[in-house]
Design a protein around this ligand. Structure first.
Ligand code: GUN
Ligand code: FE
Length: 453
């Protein structure tokens, strides 16, 4: 056993031997079978090589071959940590319920009231602990969270994420318009000042893996003045930005009526300084080609949230068109507009939507399961601007990884002798769940199974 350092990673190299399945820029799916991967005490991948080189590697990197963790062939394999590019931690209490209304009515009847409850720090801590544990056990190593308008409660979410070792962006939600559920909004000034306080307080905590993200809720909830000030603040401090865009037709009508001088929804964000290479926008179901070109030019990413888009009957997003425009696309669960906390579910829903679009879109090229797996990992990391750090198994990146075990008791699928490795991988992708996720690593540290406290 390696001695534990204060970061819990152990004071020397961790070495794994077995199968690693990931995506690269040139290949949507690459399977490294019989490979050996070394991870240093800072959680960085130091080497990746074929397993027959184990002796040379053990001399070069000074580890004992007996300490190599050997995965069971065909039964166990590593995939990169799953990236959830859009999730509302504060909607967790409603996850799996209240999906009978379209977006704007759903927000007023269910969503604003549940978010308002997060003013209560005890309630917030309890719910945030549940959502972070739930997503981690489902293999989400990186999440881009919306919290609520409450700064201290949003900081609680950061505390919980740090405690459990997930990698995340956290946004204190900003909204100064709410004509119907009037209890849940801020003044423009409060919203900006509290965002500044949130960012300053989070910086003081020095959490290594939790970063702030400036979060105007969406255009219908924000005055032009608020959007402008948030844009200036984000740009002055080089901060990431997240929001929603072009999710549902009635929402787009509201935006068009609010900003008569803007060309389109994307233009509204752009003129307020909110569309750049640190921006991730959720949904984008109805973005025009012109808007996708703007996204590409600015380097802004899209969080594709297929479960939410169908659950709230918002629409069917054409991901192929966004990819053809060279826009970075990741997957989002959008809990609780989406009813599942699992990025694997988002993979399946994305494939469903693409298949459905292919039925009535002449010339449409369906997304393959391999491409959608790339969206769930490397694509998400790019959409969040983290691809230098995570997204696949490359030397120099952090070891964010999920160990899959296909033969656990009660596994939701079976593996037969004639199955190829790609058959086994597909069975996991389409049928696997948290029962098959036996270990989760973030920056080399095992964060699941949870440490006994
Ligand atoms: N648009 C503005 N707020 C929300 C939200 O909480 N969920 C979804 N799906 N869309 C939104
Ligand atoms: Fe959302």
């Amino acid at each position: 056993m390696a001695t534990k350092t204060p970061n819990g990673r152990g004071d020397r190299l961790q070495v794994f031997r077995g199968t690693f399945i990931h995506s690269t820029d040139t290949s949507p799916l690459e399977s490294l079978d019989a490979y050996i991967v070394g991870v240093n005490e800072l959680g960085k991948i130091m080497f990746i090589d074929t397993a027959d080189k184990d002796e040379e590697l053990s001399v070069k990197w000074r580890f004992k071959r007996e300490t190599i963790r050997v995965l069971q062939p065909r039964q166990e394999f590593f995939i990169p940590g799953l990236v959830d590019t859009h999730i509302h931690a504060s909607q967790y209490p409603k996850m799996g319920s209240c999906l009978d209304l379209p977006l704007l009515q759903w927000l007023i009847k269910y969503t604003f009231p549940v978010e308002a409850r997060f003013k209560d720090l005890k309630f917030a801590e309890d719910m945030y602990t549940k959502v972070v544990k739930r997503t981690l056990r489902n293999g989400t190593t990186t999440a881009c969270y919306f919290a609520t308008i409450h700064t201290d409660s949003s900081l609680k979410l950061c505390d919980v994420i740090d405690k459990f070792g997930q990698r995340a962006f956290v946004g204190k939600v900003c909204m100064d318009i709410n004509d119907i559920y009037t209890e849940y909004k801020e003044t423009t000034n409060e919203s900006v000042k509290e965002t500044e306080r949130f960012v300053a307080e989070l910086a003081k905590r020095k959490y290594p893996l939790v970063r702030p993200i400036v979060t105007p809720r969406f255009v219908p909830s924000c005055t032009s003045e608020l959007l402008k000030q948030l844009g200036s603040f984000a740009n002055a401090n080089d901060l990431h930005i997240q929001s929603h865009i072009s999710e549902a037709r009635p929402e787009i009508d509201v935006v068009n009526n609010m900003f008569l001088n803007c060309k389109n929804y994307s233009d509204v964000y752009d003129v307020h300084g909110l569309l750049n290479d640190k921006t991730i926008m959720a949904h984008g179901v109805y973005l025009s080609d012109e808007e996708l070109e703007l996204f590409q030019k600015k380097g802004a990413g899209i969080a594709h949230c297929p479960n939410s888009n169908t659950s709230l009957c918002s629409g069917l997003m054409n991901v192929r068109n966004a990819l053809n425009h060279k826009v970075n696309v990741g997957l989002g669960t959008d809990v609780s507009g989406g009813y599942s906390p699992s990025v694997l579910d988002a993979v399946r829903r994305a494939i469903d939507v693409s298949n459905i679009l292919s039925l009535n879109t002449p010339g449409y090229e369906k997304l393959s399961y391999k491409e959608v797996f790339r969206l769930a990992t490397l694509g998400g990391s790019k959409a969040l601007g983290l691809d230098k750090l995570i997204g696949n198994f490359e030397v120099g990146k952090d070891f964010d990884a999920v160990l899959i075990n296909t033969s656990v008791p009660n596994s939701p699928f079976e593996v037969f002798p004639e199955d190829t490795l790609m058959d086994i991988f597909q069975k996991f992708l389409f049928l696997g769940d948290d029962r098959n996720i036996s270990e989760v690593y973030v920056a080399g540290k095992q964060v699941f199974p949870f440490a006994k406290s």
